[in-house]
Write a protein that binds this ligand. Structure first.
Ligand SMILES: Nc1nc2c(ncn2[C@@H]2O[C@H](COP(=O)(O)OP(=O)(O)O)[C@@H](O)[C@H]2O)c(=O)[nH]1
Ligand SMILES: [Mg+2]
Length: 440
């Protein structure tokens, strides 16, 4: 996501570790590098100027104190200024939607409004479920320009389990009004309105949106911007912002090739915080945009907070408990080992987990290595599945002839079975060591 930015920033800090001093000259050359990095990430020039000037003033005025190495000082300064640029420190609980509320999605065609709407609805439900609550959600599309647009939302509504409202009116303003009335009458907690976009911002579109906003007076208006198109999306945002007084921005498509420029400059250019970001096509691919965590990711410090949250969400409590039991008893079976592998893969591919881990996020890792790791995990799963329950729980030893049979049964080679058993052995050792640690 912020791959190349992270890589460059990590490189920048490592320079200071080796040189060990913080002279005016070393600061100058470091800032030059920051500038190039940001230009490559498609950050608008005036945002870069502003950022560099701030860093310059901060760094040149600073004295090295005994406790802090130059690299750490530079890193902290960049981190502080970056957090500020991305929208400042915010509450760590993320965004909470008031009840009842009307939520309007605006943006260009293809920016991701409809998909993001479904993601938000799903997120609201999940957050409520964590507190044993249920939310009544209605969604409605007033896109009368693309024939399939409303159908797309209807299908997504089914997928996430919320109600879809098909308006009688075919005029977008009247249809939006109708949906909001229906939601009020039927006591919905949240009513989402999806609007039509255009390929470019034109007066027709802006007038239509203004009329909708005047008529329904939404509680929240989210401006959805395509994170992949960098600077261009920011110009679009400025035009939308003039009419919509949006609550905030949602950057979509921050997975893939996004160079991060839009995320970097959005708050400065549009004066609206980025609240969420889309990181994939599935309904669960939505994350809060915490400036502190994003700054941390960009400068290569990773984002353990988000990784832990993902883990909590994706891994079944029962599985967590089983493993905890295995750990506390200091005994791990192949069955548990297989569960661990499942947990890893439920979090995503190795490369997608990596970016959250401090120190690794900025590193260039050979994709071939990662692929090998993923292939190995799949093989291990298949091998464990081909074992008998007794073998899986360690009640019978796996002799050579069984190794061959297991390999055949799982479509692997006998040496793969040996490798798995070795890895498992290491894991067992690890669990024993953990058990010896107090407070575990
Ligand atoms: N990779 C990726 N694709 C996305 C994301 N958000 C939306 N898309 C895709 O972008 C395309 C346009 O999305 P859509 O919601 O229909 O845009 P709309 O015209 O603004 O309603 C669809 O193919 C989506 O699957 C995202 O966060 N990541
Ligand atoms: Mg749409």
């Amino acid at each position: 996501m912020f791959g190349s930015l992270t890589e460059k920033f990590s490189e920048l800090f490592s320079r200071f570790t080796t040189s060990g001093s913080l002279s005016a000259q070393s600061i100058e050359s470091a800032l030059e590098m920051v500038k190039t990095t940001l230009l490559e990430a498609d950050v608008p020039y005036d945002v870069i100027e502003h950022f560099i000037k701030q860093l310059q003033a901060d760094l040149l005025g600073k004295k090295i104190n005994a406790g802090l190495k130059p690299a750490e000082l530079v890193m902290r300064t960049v981190q502080d200024r970056l957090i500020e640029l991305l929208g400042g420190k915010q509450s760590s609980t993320g965004f909470s939607f008031q009840i009842p509320s009307v939520i309007l999605m605006v943006g260009l065609q293809g920016s991701g409004k409809t998909t993001t709407l479904a993601k938000l609805a799903s997120m609201i439900q999940k957050e409520a479920a964590k507190r044993n609550k249920k939310r009544k959600i209605l969604v409605c599309s007033v896109d009368y320009y693309r024939p399939a647009a409303r159908e797309q939302l209807e299908i997504l509504a089914k997928t996430v389990g919320v109600d879809y409202y098909a308006a009688q009116a075919t005029d977008p303003v009247a249809a939006a009004q109708e949906a909001v009335f229906y939601a009020q009458k039927n006591h919905y907690d949240h009513c989402f309105i999806d609007t039509a976009g255009r390929l470019h911002v034109d007066t027709d579109l802006l007038e239509e949106l203004s009329s909708i906003i005047k008529r329904i007076n939404p509680t929240y208006t989210f401006l959805v911007l395509d994170g992949m198109i960098g600077q261009e999306s920011l110009r679009v945002a400025q035009k939308f912002e003039a009419i919509s007084n949006a609550t905030g921005v949602i950057l979509s498509k921050m997975d893939g090739d996004s160079r991060g420029g839009a995320a970097f400059a959005c708050y400065y250019m549009v004066r609206k915080p980025v609240v969420f970001m889309g990181v994939g096509e599935r309904v669960e691919d939505l994350e809060y945009f915490h400036p502190e965590r994003i700054a941390s990711r960009i400068i290569g410090l990773g984002d353990m907070h988000t990784l832990i949250e993902k883990a909590e969400e994706k891994i079944k409590v029962a599985d967590q408990k089983d493993l905890q039991k295995a750990f506390s008893q200091g005994k791990l079976t192949l069955q548990d080992f297989s569960k661990q592998l499942d947990m890893m893969s439920s979090l995503g591919s190795l490369s997608s987990i990596m970016k959250y881990i401090p120190g690794i996020s900025g590193m260039k890792i050979d994709p071939a290595h990662l692929e090998k790791g993923e292939r190995e995990m799949k093989k291990f799963k298949a091998i464990i599945n081909s074992m008998t329950p007794k073998e899986r729980t360690g009640r019978s030893t796996i002799v050579e002839s069984r190794r061959k049979r297991i390999a055949q049964g799982s479509g692997t080679m006998p040496q793969d079975v040996v490798l798995l058993l070795e890895r498992f052995e290491q894991s067992q050792q690890f669990v024993k060591i953990l058990k010896r640690r107090p407070n575990f």
